[in-house]
Design a protein around this ligand. Structure first.
Ligand code: GCW
Length: 809
């Protein structure tokens, strides 16, 4: 059961739905209760369900003994009398480049004293590059947090050692009774425990591998940076999904497709000779959240990446990332055998082609022994693929799987396909891929976008998820906000990720959530993967805005543990990125948690989708009907006419609902049970039909939602005002500026869409709501001007005056 907060402005309409489409699970919502374990919720290492608050360590860690935190103003930090004082002057300016790895000195004297007693030197661990990185991070982090440089020693020199290592790398760790705990955390997980080593109080960070130790170090630093007690500390955690992979849509010329954070991180012209600190910081950040792989280049791939010269550059990056437990992968262009191999075909049934790929795999693994594998976009949006030769997607994937299998690599074959034929674009991936279930090859994973359309602000989960029981399926999420306001708009995606991961496909009975499909447990797969389209670039703040960093963070944390709640992840990110002060924590996590629903409301409420401007995908353009392909036109998706609006995908319409398992199908197919948030995605609804949830007509509800979406941004601006002086002035100001842009642009979306839908329906804006600021032509004319730069999209023409309330006071 789910509790759904429909309004983003505090007036909430609660409904109970079967699907997790719009809703956070009820037990995970709510601001941390005061006085206690704010955000101090511990997840079970390997069980389903959201962690219960207040039992231990960081979210996603099994824990015990981690006591209470400051939960609200005036509450205690350690069960004593500590409060966060208002800084006498704002903290020093920051540019965001340290991400969540800032390590500022703990401002609570009692907690600081506790840390200084318990964490005052670092002991050994071994001498691998990974353990060196772990030690370096621990020294940097704890020295910053405690304000005292930590020495490194071979043995505990007194109470307060942090002892690192694996049973193999450290005799101290080997001597501890950790066998049972270590048996549960696999190759990459960790155990952190307050214990005694040689008669001295110590905290051990132990794992079965060096990378596990590194993850444990980051787990401990997250814990301490969140000002949690380390008394009787006992935490453990292990990833539930094996391959947690960022997909860069980076081109070799340094541009980034759908990138809003500056140029690509990869300096192809200066590689392999130059390994910049930026690469290492990128690896540190990824390791800290559990990302374990990186596809370096765009799925719209350039075959040149696979030449010997470029593979040397790729190998240099792989070497830089290796100590951090991060493997490199490449997007492979299907026609590479022709473009760089001198063959005249790329037909997967040709033995010459098969040999070429096998040889290419041998060459790659000769340079990069732990290469992750290939990602492939084939026969999609003009990319070459096996269908060019009359072969299937499975034939193509199998060829690459065969080439990679001897080396342990995988092929991740994307299911993002749609053609000009067919009545409903969202049916096509399923129709194409489902019949091929089980024939992709032993090391193949089919990678499926979260929704059946294309990373819209809200979509149902893709019907393919769960529908291919014989094939491991990876979930592809988009971290870069192509359709959610690019760099400027605050839209925390943790709630979107949670919504899809929690959605119950019913594919293998109740409980076959997307999380269980993707972690392999729903159908007993031994390989598992999850992908996130990266949002990072050369901008100082990495992600184009301070809040966009949270989406990178949330991807990593929820890829590690898909059962983490979005709320807990937001909480831990704010603590590390801005402040633990409850007067910062509560408003900022509140804004984040409401932000995505607000954006859905002002862009695409009630299940609308794909009504953005062509090409840049930024501002509103529901009127566009002149694209060469029907399914590139917004009018194809909203189907507004005089009678109503929405795409009928019920059994009497396109029948797309039939692709879902029975309980889901029935819920979506019926106008009585479809969630309002997906209503127009699945049904064509009359303008004057009443919604039982609100009692409003559809038209009035549309106006209401567009309006509350805009006004929610005004609320965010007010909430943000309250943190002034409690965080540094620079980041405060930069966020303030972006929220203002977001407010104008939310109003732009609302006014443009309502003007257009009013013109189609013949309805007027009901009383109680502001009239659009301009006529329809004004908004249509903006299409030629906005944005002038698609990599930093803005629309200056709408930034006039202060946006007034959309719901009239
Ligand atoms: O969302 C669309 C994007 C394209 C992208 C494509 C895909 C990489 O607009 O830019 O191409 O999806 O996922 O392949």
């Amino acid at each position: 059961m789910f509790r759904c907060q429909i309004s983003a402005r505090g007036i909430s309409a609660l409904g109970v739905f079967l699907l997790g489409t719009a809703c956070a699970p009820s037990q995970s919502t709510g601001v941390p209760s005061s006085g206690g374990a704010a955000g101090n919720s511990a997840g079970q290492s390997n069980s389903g369900g959201k962690p219960a608050a207040g039992t231990g360590g960081s979210p996603g860690e099994a824990g015990a003994g981690a006591g209470p935190l400051a939960g609200s103003a005036g509450q205690t930090a350690a069960g004593g009398s500590e409060t966060y004082l208002t800084p006498s002057e704002p903290p020093q300016d920051e540019d965001g480049s340290s991400l969540w790895l800032r390590y500022p000195k703990v401002p609570l004297p009692g907690r600081l004293a506790e840390y200084r007693a318990a964490l005052n030197h670092v002991v050994g661990g071994g001498d691998s590059a990974t353990l060196e990185a772990a030690r370096a991070e621990l020294v940097k982090g704890l020295s910053g947090l405690t304000g005292a440089e930590l020495p490194v020693a071979d043995q505990p020199t007194g109470d307060g050692a942090v002892v690192l290592g694996t049973p193999k790398s450290s005799s101290l760790v080997q001597g501890l009774p950790l066998v049972d705990q270590l048996a549960k955390v696999g190759a990459e997980g960790y155990v952190i425990q307050a214990t005694s080593v040689g008669g001295k109080a110590a905290i051990v960070v132990a794992a079965n591998s060096d990378v596990g130790v590194l993850h444990g170090v980051f787990g401990l630093l997250r814990h301490v940076a969140s000002h949690r007690t380390v008394n009787e500390l006992m935490l453990s955690s292990a990833p539930k999904i094996q391959r947690r992979v960022l997909n860069h849509w980076d081109n070799m010329d340094g541009t980034v497709e759908r990138g809003y954070a500056g140029k690509s991180l990869w300096g192809w012209s200066s590689l392999p000779g130059t390994i910049s600190q930026r690469y290492l910081d990128y690896a540190r950040a990824n390791a800290s959240i559990g990302v374990s792989g990186v596809v370096l280049n765009n799925v719209n791939a350039n075959a040149q990446i696979l030449t010997a010269q470029n593979l040397d550059k790729v190998a240099a990056l792989a070497t830089a990332f290796r100590p951090y437990g991060i493997a490199v992968y490449l997007s492979a262009r299907f026609s590479a055998p022709i473009e760089i191999g001198g063959l005249n075909t790329a037909d997967p049934s040709s033995s010459a082609v098969r040999q070429w790929w096998a040889g290419k795999a041998d060459e790659i693994y000769g340079k990069i022994p732990d290469f992750g594998g290939f990602l492939v976009k084939a026969n999609s949006e003009g990319q070459p693929g096996p269908q060019d030769y009359g072969r299937s997607h499975a034939d193509g994937a199998k060829m690459l799987s065969d080439a990679l299998t001897p080396h342990g690599g995988v092929v991740m074959w994307r299911a993002f396909v749609y053609s000009t034929e067919g009545s409903d674009r969202i049916r096509q991936a399923y129709d194409e891929f489902k019949p091929l279930d089980g024939s992709f090859g032993s090391n193949a994973i089919v990678q499926v976008k979260n929704g059946p359309l294309d990373f819209q602000p809200r979509e149902p989960f893709s019907a393919l998820l769960g529908a291919m029981p014989k094939t491991p399926l990876a979930l592809e999420l988009q971290i870069t906000k192509e359709y959610l306001g690019a760099d400027t708009h605050l839209a925390y995606l943790g709630t979107l990720f949670e919504e899809v991961l929690d959605a119950d496909t019913h594919a293998n009975g109740p409980g076959s959530t997307v999380a269980r499909v993707v972690d392999g447990s729903a159908h007993g797969h031994t390989i598992s993967a999850i992908a996130g389209v990266a949002n990072v670039g050369m901008d100082a703040d990495w992600s184009g805005s301070h809040f966009n960093q949270a989406n990178w963070y949330a991807f990593g944390r929820m890829a590690w543990d898909p059962d983490l709640s979005a709320k807990d992840v937001a909480d831990e990110w704010v603590r590390q990125t801005f402040s633990n002060d409850p007067l910062v924590l509560a408003p900022v996590t509140g804004m984040m948690m409401d932000s995505r629903q607000a954006l859905v409301n002002y862009m695409t409420p009630l299940g609308l989708a794909h009504i953005m401007g062509t090409g840049h995908h930024y501002g509103p353009a529901p009127w566009v009907d002149d694209q060469s392909r029907a399914d590139w036109n917004p009018v194809y998706y909203h189907r507004a006419d005089q009678t109503g609006i929405g795409f009928d995908r019920s059994t009497s319409g396109s029948g797309a609902v039939e692709q879902y398992s029975a309980p889901v199908r029935d819920q979506l197919a019926s106008r009585a049970s479809v969630p309002d948030d997906l209503r127009l995605f699945f049904h064509h609804v009359g303008w004057d039909e009443k919604l039982s949830s609100s009692g409003r007509t559809l038209w009035d509800e549309l106006v209401h939602r567009y309006s509350t979406g805009v006004d929610a941004v005004a609320t965010f601006r007010n909430q943000w005002l309250s943190v002034e002086g409690r965080i540094d002035a620079r980041r405060y100001r930069e966020v303030t500026d972006f929220l203002k842009i977001q407010h104008y642009e939310a109003r732009w979306w609302r006014d443009a869409c309502l003007q257009y839908f009013a013109s189609v329906s013949g309805h007027e804006i009901p009383s109680g709501y502001a009239l659009p600021a301009h006529d329809l032509n004004f908004y249509k004319d903006l299409s030629a001007k906005c944005p002038s730069d698609a990599t930093k999209p803005r629309c200056n023409d709408v930034y006039t005056g202060e946006p007034s309330p959309a719901v009239l006071p």
